[in-house]
Every structure is written in structure tokens, then in C-alpha cells.
Design a protein around this ligand. Structure first.
Ligand code: AMP
Length: 146
């Protein structure tokens, strides 16, 4: 039986539920947005984390702001995708969690975010916690608690 199954909902922490960094698609802040768009389209994710060269979390990047940044008066100016850097377009104001963050805090965060990034005390990227992982646990607990 996994540690997740043995714990009650309120005993769960981010560490029990997160997707580890090595399984998370990400881009670097210095990449051109063309690269970020390729990663987003290829992976099928609407948004992915942005890291710096040291693997510290910097923000997230999504398809819509990328496309807005190259939107001209009459057409998308796709040639500009190679000129604009991820750091100019990314969303910087994102909540972060640590591995010991409790379940109820996570629940509140994923009301407004499809995922949240997990970092250590120095800001190094450890992984993500998705809304799906939280909802799975809530759903499971509905069937196991009386
Ligand atoms: P989900 O709850 O699984 O639909 O994931 C919600 C969001 O989290 C996705 O739309 C992506 O933005 C992000 N996400 C989930 N899994 C990954 C992953 N392996 N790599 C990068 N981003 C991810």
C-alpha cells in the first residue's frame, strides 16, 4: 500500500503528491519564445514552468501571452518569435509550494491555478503539484470516509 493510501487527506503534503522535476517539461528564461511555443504545443500543456540556468524557479509561460506578444495589426508576426525572450513574456507572479506544504493550503492554491511549482528554501525547482493530483485525492476520500 502506498504512503498516499495510508494517509488521511489532511495528513498529505506536497511531497506525497508532486510530479518530480525530472518528469516536468520546462523552459529557460533566456530561451526565445519560439522554443517555449514548441515545447507547449508538443507537450500539449497550456503552461509550463520557467527556470534559470541554476534550475531556480522564475515563473510560468503559457501559449496565449506568447501569441499576444507577436500579434500585429493584421496578422501574427511569427518571425518575431525568434527575437523575444521567455523572460519578457512569462508570468512572474506565481505561488510556490514547498514539499512540506499541507493539503488544505494546496487545495486553496489550485482553485486559481492548474498547477503550482514546488521549490526548496533557496528557490531551486523540485517539481509541480497539479490540480488533478489534488482532485484525485479529494475524490478518493469521498468514497473512503463515512
Ligand atoms: P493536469 O492537472 O494534469 O491537467 O495538469 C495541469 C497543468 O499542469 C497542465 O496543463 C500543465 O500546464 C501542467 N503540467 C502537468 N503535468 C506537467 C508536466 N509533466 N510537465 C509540465 N507541465 C505539466
Amino acid at each position: 500500500m502506498s504512503s498516499v493510501l495510508r494517509k488521511t487527506l489532511t495528513d498529505l503534503t506536497v511531497g506525497d503528491l508532486m510530479i518530480p522535476a525530472e518528469k516536468v517539461a520546462h523552459v529557460q528564461e533566456g530561451n526565445p519564445i519560439e522554443h517555449a511555443l514548441l515545447v507547449l504545443v508538443e507537450s500539449g500543456y497550456s503552461s509550463v514552468p520557467v527556470l534559470d540556468l541554476e534550475y531556480k524557479f522564475k515563473g510560468t509561460i503559457a501559449k496565449t501571452p506568447i501569441l499576444k506578444s507577436v500579434m500585429g495589426m493584421e496578422r501574427f508576426e511569427m518571425e518575431r518569435l525568434a527575437e523575444i525572450k521567455v523572460e519578457a513574456v512569462m508570468q512572474k507572479d506565481q505561488p510556490t509550494l514547498t514539499e512540506d506544504t499541507d493539503f488544505l493550503t494546496c487545495l486553496k492554491v489550485v482553485i486559481n491555478h492548474a498547477f503550482a511549482c514546488v521549490t526548496d528554501e533557496q528557490g531551486y525547482f523540485l517539481g509541480i503539484l497539479t490540480r488533478r493530483a489534488i482532485l484525485k485525492e479529494v475524490n478518493k476520500s469521498m468514497y473512503t470516509t463515512k
